[in-house]
Design a protein around this ligand. Structure first.
Ligand SMILES: [Zn+2]
Length: 66
């Protein structure tokens, strides 16, 4: 049974067979649903909580609204 992975950046589930895996020099493994997420986290060094289309942002916002 294929394992479902969660995107390290946007928090969405990644369908088996899709997505990209990124291993940093220090051994930390990231999985991304798309190169868009990879680019945002690795190249642009964005925090997922500050990017509108991520789960982390939605959660953060939901907490703040209360
Ligand atoms: Zn993603």
């Amino acid at each position: 049974m294929p394992r479902t992975r969660i995107c390290s950046f946007c928090g969405k589930e990644i369908e088996p067979g899709t997505g990209v895996m990124y291993v940093r020099k220090d051994g930390t493994v990231f999985t991304f649903c798309s190169s868009k997420c990879e680019r945002n986290m690795i190249k642009l060094k964005r925090k997922s909580r500050k990017v509108e289309w991520t789960e982390a942002y939605r959660k953060e916002k939901a907490v703040r609204v209360k």
